[in-house]
Design a protein around this ligand. Structure first.
Ligand SMILES: Cc1cc2nc3c(=O)[nH]c(=O)nc-3n(C[C@H](O)[C@H](O)[C@H](O)COP(=O)(O)OP(=O)(O)OC[C@H]3O[C@@H](n4cnc5c(N)ncnc54)[C@H](O)[C@@H]3O)c2cc1C
Length: 311
């Protein structure tokens, strides 16, 4: 950005824009290059104004949630990283709202709302359905974008509608029938999902027993603790599972558990986790990713695709 652009952005967002920010502090990998600017946006009008300005000035941008599935390259990001806060991170029940399936309670959550907050809010009101999200450290927007899931369920399965903003700053609502979810993927009719901001999402939940909801969450959390590395930086599973197989199985079969580049390591506990055991850089993680891809390909003929979004 040139000086004029920086001044215009400062005028638009005041102290909610920060400059030259280490993305290691905003990524669960605890690694990543620097972003030219990080902008926290608190309501729809501000978000629309920002996206229109970004488009008109040609400044590159990306939206992030809780940074639990991203890796910002060591070269950094020349542009603005946007995050949703305030009313765009809130959650509420929408009594009488349309489009609820029979017997379901419509809950609307802002794209910036953490899954942990949404889950706690639902549990407090005995609303069941999202327990499988327990322990996934993302946001509603990031989760919907990635169709996050676990234990055979995924977010797309409970979605009734989305409120989205396109890169021209236009807000609109998409109904469930206009959304295509598949494994860790969302397709929006005629729109590039990387150029769209998920502003809020409506979920159809059902009334349940609070004790049972709590028990299910605890069970899922315990299962995670058993399987996943703890106390290290990571972005969860690094690679997508190829059709009919598991990335972790292929990595383990290629003998790569414990393989390291700097402080980036293929977790000895869960082969599909690349972990940051200390001071790994984004370049260490990227180099390890490429090595794992090459060696798994040599071993099995299968090319692993990263699930982590690299920018
Ligand atoms: C320990 C650990 C365990 C995990 N376990 C699981 C698991 O069991 N299942 C699973 O699916 N994932 C898992 N993950 C990965 C990750 O938590 C999910 O993919 C999560 O949904 C990402 O949400 P986020 O807000 O952190 O997104 P980010 O990492 O911030 O962003 C991810 C992508 O979503 C986009 N995005 C973010 N917010 C928005 C928005 N509002 N509108 C449009 N696009 C947006 C970003 O541009 C980027 O492309 C795990 C991660 C960790 C660290």
């Amino acid at each position: 950005m040139n000086r004029q652009q920086k001044e215009a952005l400062k005028k638009l967002l005041g102290d909610r824009v920060r400059w030259d920010v280490s993305m290691a502090e905003h990524s669960t990998f605890r690694a990543g290059g620097r972003a030219e600017a990080l902008a926290d946006v608190g309501d729809r009008e501000e978000l629309q104004a920002l996206v229109r300005w970004l488009r008109n000035s040609g400044v590159p941008w990306r939206i992030i949630g809780r940074g639990s599935n991203i890796l910002v390259s060591g070269q950094g990001f020349a542009g603005v990283i946007v995050r949703l806060q305030g009313e765009l991170a809130s959650v509420k029940q929408e009594r009488g709202a349309g489009h609820a399936g029979a017997g379901t309670v419509p809950v609307r959550a802002g794209g910036g709302c953490s899954m942990a907050r949404l889950l706690a809010w639902c549990t407090g009101r005995s609303l069941a359905g999202l327990e499988f999200l327990a322990g996934i450290p993302g946001s509603v927007g990031g989760g919907v974008r990635m169709n996050a899931g676990a234990w055979g369920q995924a977010m797309g399965g409970l979605l009734q509608a989305l409120e989205v903003l396109d890169d021209r700053g236009r807000l609109f609502r998409l109904e469930a029938g206009e959304l295509r979810f598949s494994y860790r993927r969302l397709e929006l009719a005629g729109l590039d999902p990387d150029r769209v901001i998920i502003v809020s999402a409506w979920f159809g939940l059902r009334l349940g027993r609070q004790t049972e909801i709590v028990a299910r969450c605890r069970d899922y959390l315990a299962r995670r603790r058993e399987k996943q590395p703890a106390g290290v930086g990571s972005a969860g599973s690094f690679f997508k599972n190829p059709a009919g197989d598991h990335a972790g199985r292929l990595i383990e079969a290629a003998g790569l558990k414990g393989l390291a580049r700097g402080d980036a390591m293929v977790s000895p506990r869960h082969a599909n986790f690349i972990v940051n055991t200390g001071r790994a850089t984004a370049d260490d993680i990227a180099a390890l990713m490429v090595e794992v891809q090459e060696r798994v390909y040599r071993d099995s003929g299968i090319r692993l695709e990263p699930e982590v979004c690299i920018f």
